[in-house]
Structures are given as C-alpha cells and as structure tokens.
Design a protein. Structure first.
Length: 129
C-alpha cells in the first residue's frame, strides 16, 4: 500500500482497507531516525480474493493523495503463477464472500461479470490476472 499521506495514522489506513474484508495484519513503514511515516505499508487480508478485490475496487484518498494498492514483490501471485493450478475451494470462496457488505459484494459480482466478458480465459484458469 503506497502513496499514503505522511500525516495519516495507521489505524485510519486500516479502517479504509477493511471496507472490502478483514485485514489480518497491517504494518506501516517508519523512518528509523525520525520516526515519521515513509508513506507506505504492507497489508495482509484474510484471503487472496479479498486482496484482489481491494486492488481492483478500492479508491482511497488521504488529504488529496490517491493511495496505491498492489501486491508486494515476490508475493502470492508469482508463487501461484509458478505452481500448478489448485482445485477451486468453494467453501473458502463462500466464507470470504460472507464477509462482504451488500455494496462490496455487488462490486465483486460486477467485476466478475466484466472479467467474464473481457477476459474469460483468465476466469477459466486459476492463475491471477
């Protein structure tokens, strides 16, 4: 999570990131000499689906600065890409979707519909898009 305004408290960032699902952990990075925020941090969501939803749908701004949400280098997608596809875990998907409120669930469904039209091969494979 990058481009975070330096004056925004960590808890406020977590609150905004939590609007799409449960944040398991968040670590804001601070300058060891000054103790001030470096403007970025690392967020771990309860599931890859929630993380993907955050990347695709969250539009967070603090003090006019748009926050950037991406996977960290060497994170989950590269490991998934390098390994064989795993069977779909429907129960995990259901549990993850149960954590969404009505508006966020609609965004996920709209995103899946768009993917089905624009990039159907990505949905058929278990590789991340």
């Amino acid at each position: 999570v990058g481009n975070i305004d330096f004056d925004v408290p960590e808890q406020k960032v977590v609150e905004e990131l939590s609007t799409v699902g449960k944040v398991v952990s968040f670590r804001m990075m601070y300058d060891k000499n000054t103790g001030k925020s470096k403007g970025y941090g690392f967020c771990e969501y309860e599931s890859p689906l929630v993380a993907e939803t955050a990347m695709k749908t969250l539009k967070i701004q603090f003090n006019g600065r748009p926050v950037k949400i991406n996977y960290a280098e060497n994170d989950l997608p590269s490991r998934i890409r390098d390994s064989a596809p795993k069977p779909l875990q429907v129960d995990n998907i259901i549990r993850a979707l149960d954590t969404f409120d009505k508006d966020n669930l609609k965004e996920v469904i709209d995103f899946c519909k768009k993917m089905a039209v624009d990039q159907p091969s990505q949905l058929r494979s278990s590789a991340p898009w």
